[in-house]
Design a protein. Sequence first.
Length: 85
Amino acid sequence: MVAVVVAAAGGGGVAAAVTCSPLQLSSCVSAIRSSTPPSKLCCTKIKEQRPCLCQYMKNPALKPYVNTPNARKVASTCGTPFPKC
């Protein structure tokens, strides 16, 4: 799967749409599974995929990875608040 971020800049602002792809968070696996600090790429991907996190938490295959204290810590370290689903 490939995530595509589409941004359209207009005169009044910017609108963005994110294609949800959990594979985009693969750069965060080591930080989520251990106490390794998240990489810059991980933080970028968490910010891009934030609108998708609730969807990932509802998926039984992804929930054990996304809905964990370490995943929340990684998001917090990246300055990305975890959504309330």
